[in-house]
Design a binder for this molecule. Structure first.
Ligand code: NI
Length: 178
C-alpha cells in the first residue's frame, strides 16, 4: 500500500467530471481503493475521492466516525467504506447548513447548505450493490465526495462566503454560526 499525493484546489483534475469504473474488481482498482483508505487515514480525513489523488474515476472512500451518525441513519457504515459508480438522491425538502472541510483545501472550512437526508446507491469494494439512507454528517460526507466526481468543490456550493476561512482564524474567535 502507499500514501498518495493529494491534489489541491487549482489542479484541473478537481474540476473535471470523472469517468465510470468499468471493472470494480480489477486489480488496479483494488490497489487504488487500499491506497485511498490508507491516504485518508493518514491525512487524517473522513472522505477521499479518486480525483483527489489524480485518478478521474467515479469512486470514493469515506467513514462516519463513532458518534457522528444520525438517529435517522441507523445503517451508517462502521469503518472505512467504499462507493464505486455512486448515485445520490435527496430525500425530502429539508436543507441544512453544516461546516465542511476538504483535504484538497487544507486548513480551511466553510458552511455549506445541503439536503439533510439522501438515499445513495453504488457498488462496494467487492462489486456488490450498496443502498443506504443517510442523514446529517453521513449524508453530508457522501454528498461532498459525490461532488468531487462531478468536478465540484464545496466552496462552489456555498451561499455565504463570510462563513469560509482558515481553521486557525475561526479558532481564535467565537466560532461563527452557519
Ligand atoms: Ni473534499
Amino acid at each position: 500500500m502507499a500514501i498518495l499525493k493529494i491534489a489541491r484546489m487549482g489542479h484541473p483534475v478537481l474540476i473535471t467530471k470523472a469517468a465510470p469504473v468499468d471493472d470494480p474488481s480489477a486489480p488496479e482498482i483494488r490497489r487504488l481503493i487500499a491506497d485511498m483508505i490508507e491516504t485518508m487515514e493518514d491525512a487524517p480525513g473522513v472522505g477521499l475521492a479518486a480525483p483527489q489523488v489524480h485518478v478521474p474515476l467515479r469512486l470514493f472512500v469515506f467513514r462516519v466516525p463513532p458518534g457522528r451518525g444520525s438517529d435517522e441513519a441507523e445503517d451508517a457504515p462502521r469503518g472505512p467504506s467504499v462507493l464505486i459508480n455512486p448515485e445520490v438522491e435527496p430525500l425530502g425538502e429539508e436543507i441544512r447548513v453544516r461546516w465542511e472541510g476538504c483535504l484538497s483545501i487544507p486548513g480551511m472550512r466553510g458552511a455549506v447548505p445541503r439536503p439533510w437526508r439522501v438515499r445513495y446507491r453504488g457498488l462496494d469494494a467487492e462489486g456488490a450493490p450498496v443502498e443506504r439512507i443517510a442523514a446529517g454528517f453521513h449524508a453530508g460526507v457522501v454528498q461532498h465526495e459525490y461532488d468531487h466526481l462531478e468536478g465540484i468543490l464545496y466552496p462552489m456550493r456555498m451561499s455565504d462566503f463570510r462563513l469560509f476561512g482558515f481553521n486557525e482564524e475561526f479558532a481564535r474567535a467565537a466560532e461563527p454560526q452557519p
